[in-house]
Design a protein around this ligand. Structure first.
Ligand SMILES: Nc1ncnc2c1ncn2[C@@H]1O[C@H](COP(=O)(O)OP(=O)(O)OP(=O)(O)O)[C@@H](O)[C@H]1O
Length: 967
C-alpha cells in the first residue's frame, strides 16, 4: 500500500511560492523536423542479454500505495513488483578496486555516497525507508502551485510497471543544426493538466521545504533489450515520480519528476524547465543542468534531435513566445557558450582563434566574482540575438566546437561541461512610445531587469577509460563531478551554518571550475532544475551490469542529495536604474537606450541644422543675387555718370574755349590803348591765333564720339580760315604769288579788309558754335533721357535713395548747363551786335567818303568772293553788304581814320551796353556779358542780326528744362 507522505511546510525564504500564472493553454508541440535520427553506431555497446519477459510487466491496476518495506529484491510470484523502499543510507558503497579505474579518481557519486551516507543516516529514520525529501513536498516556483497529478488507472498501468522499453531512435544531433521550426509553440501546462485530482498530490508537489530546486530523473530506454521484460529489479513509476530498485540494496526513490523511457523531450521540458524559463523571463536567475553517467541521455535531453527538440531549443522557443506575449516590456537577449574541458574554460563562440583542438591563442578565460553578477567567466564573447533562429544558430555553432569523443558507452560522448548562458534584459515599455524612450523625460518609468538562464550539459561521469586521453578527460570530469557532489553534500550539512560546513570552512566551490561557476545556483541565488539521467536495462543486459547499476544508483543518490541540500532563495533580480558601475555596465538595454536617445538627439540636431542651412543658403543666395543686381545697377550708374562727366567736361572745355574766343574778339575790338592799329596790322596774326585756338580746342574735345564729329566739322570750317591765315602769314614777307584769295586779303592791308575778314571769321565761328550748341543740346537731351530712365529704374532698386540723389545732382548739373548755354547764347548775341555795329560803321565810312560805284562794285564783288571762300553760304540776313574797300586805293591816313572811327563806334556801343547793364568791364579793359543777358536781350530792341541768330538757334534749347522738370 502506498501512502501519501505528509508534506511538511517549509519556511518561505525568498521567492514567492504563490500560485503561478496559468501558462498558455494548448497544445500540441509541433515539430517540423522530419529528419530521421541516425541510428546508434554499431559499436555502441548494447545489451545482449535476455529481454525481460512479459510476466514482469507491471500490473494494470493502480500502483501499490503502500510504502511498507518489502523484502529486498523480492517479487511476487504473480509478477507484481514488490517495492522495496530503502533508506539512502542503506545504499551499497560504490564498487572499488576495479582494475580499469584504479588510476582514476573515484566516481563522484560513489564518493559522495560514502561521505554523505552517515549524515543521511542520521536524518533519515530507518523506519521510513523512503527518501527523506519526500516528506517535505511543498509548492514551489518550479513545481506549480500545489495542484496534484492524477493517477488514473491507465496511467498507472503505463508508468507503474516495470520498464516497457521500446527502442527510440538512437541519435545525437543538435536540434539547432537541423531545420527545427521555432514558430510559436505552446505546451500543456503540467499543472493544469493534472489539476483535477486531489487524491494523490504527493508526487507533483514541491519536494520539500528547501526552496525551489526541482529534481527530475529520466530513464533512458535500453536499446539492447529485445523486449520489454525487465527482470524484476527496477521499477519506474512516472506518475508517482518514483524509481524503485528491487535488487540488492535497493529502495524507492521519489523525485519531483520521473520520466519513463517513453517520455519524450517535450514532456521532459514541460515538467523540468518550462516554468523555470518563464521565471527567468520574469526576472529570476535560473539554472537547468543535466547530470548522469555517460551515454544516459544528458545531451539528448538538453539538445534533443530535429524531431524531438530538447530543453535548450524549447526554452528558446518559450523565451521568444514570452516576449511576444509581453508587449508591456521590451527585451534584449545576449548569449554566451562556454565549455570546461580538462579544467580549462573555452569560449565556444570564439573558437576561430583557438580552434577545436585548442591550438590557437585564445585568451585564457577566468572566473571572476561580482556582487551583482555573481561568478562569471571573462573574457567571454556574448552575442546579441533577436530571433529564435539566430539564437539556435549561435548555439549550434558552439555545439560544433564542443569536444566530443567516443567512449565505452557513447560513440559521441561529450567530454566537457557545456554551459549556455542566455542573459535576459527587460524593461517596462513606455505606453504609446514604441521607440522605447520617453520623449519628455528621456527616462523609462522603471529600470532594467537582468536575469540569466544557464543551461548546462555536464560531461558524463565515467568509471573507466581505455585511452590515456580519455582517462585524463575522465579524471577531470570525475573530479569536477565529485566536487559538485561534495558541495551539495556539504550544503546539506551546512544549511544552518551560513554556508559553512561543519568545520566552519567555506564550501569548496573553488575546487573545480564547474562548482565555482555553479556557485550562485548552488548557493541558492537562482532557481535550479536538475535532470538526472539514468539507464536501466533488463537483467543481464549491459545496462544492468554491475557497474552500470552502481552508477545508476549513485546518480539517484546524487539527485536525492541535491534535492535535500540545495536551498534556493532566489529573488527577482533588482532593476538597475543606471548604466554606471560594473553591474550597470552590463545592462546593455540601458546603454542602448541611452545611445538611441543620443543618436536621436543627433539626428534631430542634424535635421535642424539642415533646415537652418537650407534657409541660410536661400538667404545667402537671395543676398548674393541682390548684391549682383546692385553691382550691376551701380556699374550702369557709374558708366552713365562717367559718360555724363565726360560730356560735362567737354562742354565746360568748350564753353571756356568759346569764352576765351569771345573775350579775345572783344579785346581786339575794344582795345583802347592805341593798339587797334596793331590789331589791324596784326589782324592776320589775330586770325591765325584764333584759328589755332579753335584747333587746339578741337583737339582737346575728344571725349566722345559726338564731340569728335563736331570737332571734325569745326576743324573743316576753321581750316578755311586757317588756310587764309597761313596764306597771310606766308605772304607777309612777299607778294601776290600766293593763293588768290589770300592775295586779295593780302592786298587789303587796311582796317577795312581786316574788319571784313574778322567779320567773316566771326560769322563762321558763330555758325560753328550754333552747330556745336545744337550738338550739345542733343547730347544733353539724350543724357537727360537716359538719366530719367535710370531714375525710374532706380526707384525700384534698394538704392533708390542714392539714385534719386544722383539724379538730383544731374538735374542740377543740367540746370547749370542750361545757364551756361544761355550765357553763351547771350555772348553770341553780343557778338552779333558787334558785327552789326561793324557793318554800320563800314556803311557810315562809305557814305562819308562818297565811294564811287566802281569801288562799290569791287567791294560787292569781293564780298561775294569772301562768301565763296567761306565754304558755306553766308548766314541768312548776316552781313548783307560788308563794307569792304580796296585797300590799294585807300590812303593809309584814310584807313587809319576809318579804323579810328570804327573803334569809336565800338567803344560807344560797348559803353552803351555797359551802361545798360548788359555788359561789365573787366580790370584789364575787357568786357563780359552779364549772366542775365537773356533778360537784357529780351528788353533790348531786336535787331536783324539778333533775329537771325535766334532763328538759327534750335528750339531744342528749351527741351532740357522740360526733361529736368519731368525728372
Ligand atoms: N531518452 C532517449 N531516447 C532515445 N534515445 C536516447 C535517449 N537518451 C539517450 N539516447 C541516445 O543515447 C545516446 C547517448 O545519449 P547522449 O549522448 O545524450 O548521452 P550523454 O549522457 O550525453 O553522454 P555523454 O555524457 O557521454 O555525453 C545517443 O545516441 C542518444 O540518441
Amino acid at each position: 500500500m502506498a501512502t501519501t507522505l505528509p508534506r511538511h511546510g517549509r519556511p518561505s525564504n525568498g521567492p514567492p511560492n504563490s500560485a503561478l500564472p496559468a501558462l498558455p493553454v494548448s497544445k500540441t508541440r509541433k515539430s517540423a523536423g522530419g529528419i530521421a535520427a541516425p541510428s546508434k553506431p554499431p559499436n555502441t555497446p548494447r545489451s545482449g542479454l535476455r529481454a525481460p519477459s512479459a510476466t514482469h510487466l507491471p500490473p494494470p491496476t493502480p500502483a501499490p500505495t503502500t510504502a511498507l518495506p518489502t523484502p529486498k529484491g523480492a517479487a511476487t510470484p504473480n509478477g507484481r513488483t514488490i517495492r522495496k523502499t530503502v533508506s539512502i543510507n542503506s545504499f551499497p558503497q560504490p564498487p572499488k578496486g576495479d582494475s580499469r579505474t584504479t588510476s582514476l579518481p573515484p566516481s563522484p557519486l560513489s564518493s559522495g555516497l560514502s561521505t554523505t551516507t552517515p549524515a543521511r543516516k542520521s536524518r533519515t529514520p530507518s523506519a521510513t525507508p523512503r527518501m527523506g525529501h519526500l516528506s517535505n513536498m511543498t509548492p514551489s516556483l518550479l513545481n506549480g502551485s500545489g495542484e496534484g497529478k492524477t493517477l488514473s488507472g491507465a496511467s498507472v498501468r503505463n508508468s507503474d510497471g516495470l520498464m516497457s522499453i521500446s527502442s527510440p531512435p538512437q541519435s545525437r544531433s543538435s536540434s539547432a543544426q537541423d531545420s527545427y521550426s521555432t514558430s510559436a509553440t505552446t505546451y500543456d501546462d503540467p499543472v493544469d493538466m493534472n489539476a483535477s485530482s486531489i487524491s494523490d498530490k504527493r508526487v507533483s508537489k514541491g519536494i520539500d521545504g528547501k526552496g525551489n530546486v526541482l529534481v527530475s530523473v529520466r530513464v533512458r530506454p535500453d536499446s539492447g533489450s529485445n523486449n520489454n521484460q525487465v527482470e524484476g529489479e527496477w521499477m519506474v513509476d512516472g506518475r508517482r515520480s518514483l524509481v524503485s530498485y528491487r535488487g540488492k540494496e535497493g529502495g524507492d526513490y521519489f523525485y519531483d519528476n520521473v520520466f519513463a523511457t517513453h517520455d519524450d523531450n517535450s514532456r521532459v521540458y514541460d515538467h523540468c524547465a518550462k516554468r523555470l524559463v518563464r521565471r527567468v523571463m520574469e526576472g529570476y536567475h535560473g539554472t537547468v543542468f543535466a547530470y548522469g553517467m555517460t551515454g544516459t541521455g544528458k545531451t539528448f535531453s538538453m539538445q534533443g534531435t530535429a524531431s524531438s527538440p530538447g530543453v535548450i531549443p524549447l526554452a528558446i522557443t518559450d523565451i521568444f513566445s514570452y516576449i511576444r506575449e509581453t508587449p508591456s516590456r521590451e527585451f534584449l537577449l545576449r548569449v554566451s557558450y562556454l565549455e570546461i574541458y580538462n579544467e580549462k574554460i573555452h569560449d565556444l563562440l570564439n573558437m576561430s582563434t583557438s580552434g577545436v583542438g585548442g591550438t590557437g591563442t585564445q585568451d585564457e578565460i577566468k572566473l571572476r566574482e561580482d556582487s551583482k553578477r555573481g561568478v562569471y567567466a571573462t573574457p567571454l564573447k556574448e552575442e546579441i540575438v533577436q530571433s529564435p533562429t539566430q539564437l539556435l544558430r549561435v548555439i549550434a555553432r558552439g555545439d560544433q566546437a564542443r569536444r566530443t569523443a567516443s567512449t565505452q558507452f557513447n560513440a559521441r560522448s561529450s567530454r566537457s561541461h557545456a554551459v549556455v548562458q542566455i542573459v535576459v534584459e527587460s524593461r517596462e515599455r513606455i505606453p504609446g512610445n514604441t521607440g522605447g524612450d520617453s520623449k519628455r523625460s528621456g527616462l523609462p518609468p522603471g529600470g532594467v531587469r537582468v536575469s540569466t538562464l544557464s543551461l548546462i550539459d555536464l560531461a558524463g561521469s565515467e568509471k573507466a577509460a581505455e585511452t590515456k586521453d580519455r582517462r585524463i578527460e575522465g579524471s577531470h570530469i570525475n573530479k569536477s563531478l565529485l566536487t559538485l557532489g561534495t558541495v551539495i553534500s556539504k550544503l546539506s550539512d551546512a544549511k544552518d551554518k551560513d554556508g559553512k560546513d561543519k568545520d566552519g570552512k567555506h564550501l569548496p566551490y573553488r575546487d573545480s571550475k564547474l562548482t565555482r561557476l555553479l556557485q550562485g545556483a548552488l548557493s541558492g541565488n537562482s532557481l535550479v532544475s536538475i535532470l538526472c539521467t539514468i539507464q536501466i536495462g533488463a537483467a543481464g543486459s549491459a545496462a544492468s551490469a554491475n557497474s552500470h547499476t552502481t552508477e545508476t544508483i549513485n546518480t539517484l543518490k546524487f539527485a536525492s542529495r541535491a534535492k535535500n541540500s540545495i536551498v534556493s532563495h532566489a529573488k527577482r533580480a533588482e532593476e538597475a536604474l543606471g548604466a554606471g558601475g560594473e553591474g550597470g555596465a552590463r545592462v546593455l538595454l540601458e546603454r542602448y537606450r541611452m545611445e538611441i536617445l543620443e543618436l536621436r538627439g543627433q539626428l534631430d540636431q542634424q535635421a535642424k541644422n539642415e533646415t537652418t542651412n537650407a534657409e541660410d543658403e536661400d538667404r545667402a543666395k537671395d543676398e548674393e543675387e541682390e548684391r549682383l543686381r546692385e553691382k550691376e545697377a551701380e556699374a550702369r550708374h557709374e558708366e552713365q555718370m562717367l559718360e555724363m562727366q565726360l560730356a560735362r567736361t567737354a562742354l565746360k572745355e568748350r564753353i571756356d574755349h568759346l569764352n576765351k574766343l569771345i573775350l579775345s574778339s572783344k579785346s581786339i575790338g575794344v582795345n583802347t590803348n592805341g593798339t587797334f592799329s596793331s590789331l589791324g596790322m596784326h589782324a592776320r596774326f589775330s586770325q591765325a591765333s584764333l584759328q589755332a585756338s579753335v584747333r587746339s580746342s578741337m583737339a582737346m574735345s575728344t571725349g566722345s564720339r559726338p564731340l569728335l564729329e563736331r570737332t571734325a566739322s569745326m576743324a573743316s570750317s576753321s581750316s578755311t580760315i586757317g588756310r587764309r591765315s597761313s596764306g597771310q602769314r606766308h605772304s607777309s614777307g612777299g607778294e601776290a604769288e600766293e593763293d588768290d584769295s589770300l592775295g586779295e586779303f593780302g592786298e587789303f592791308g587796311d582796317g577795312t579788309a581786316s574788319l571784313a575778314a574778322q567779320n567773316q571769321a566771326l560769322q563762321a565761328d558763330l555758325a560753328d558754335k550754333n552747330r556745336y550748341i545744337a550738338t550739345l543740346e542733343k547730347r544733353l537731351l539724350q543724357a537727360r533721357r537716359a538719366s530719367s530712365s535710370r531714375t525710374s529704374v532706380g526707384f525700384s532698386s534698394p538704392n533708390k535713395g542714392i539714385m534719386v540723389g544722383e539724379d538730383h545732382s544731374v538735374s542740377v548739373l543740367m540746370k547749370e548747363k542750361d545757364a551756361e548755354i544761355a550765357e553763351l547764347r547771350a555772348k553770341l548775341d553780343d557778338k552779333d551786335r558787334m558785327l552789326s555795329a561793324l557793318r554800320s560803321a563800314a556803311r557810315s565810312r562809305d557814305a562819308a567818303e562818297g565811294m564811287d560805284s566802281s569801288r562799290r562794285e569791287t567791294r560787292e564783288m569781293r564780298s561775294s568772293l569772301l562768301y565763296d571762300h567761306a565754304a558755306s553760304p553766308p548766314p541768312q540776313g548776316a552781313l548783307p553788304d560788308p563794307p569792304v574797300t580796296r585797300r590799294k586805293s585807300i590812303s593809309p591816313m584814310r584807313g587809319r581814320k576809318s579804323v579810328d572811327e570804327m573803334s569809336m563806334i565800338l567803344d560807344e556801343m560797348i559803353s552803351q551796353q555797359v551802361e545798360s547793364g548788359h555788359m561789365v568791364r573787366g580790370q584789364r579793359g575787357s568786357v563780359r556779358v552779364v549772366s542775365d543777358s537773356r533778360k537784357a536781350q529780351a528788353q533790348a530792341p531786336a535787331q536783324p542780326a539778333d533775329l537771325e541768330v535766334l532763328r538759327e538757334s534750335p528750339p531744342v534749347l528749351h527741351e532740357p528744362k522740360q526733361v529736368a522738370l519731368e525728372a
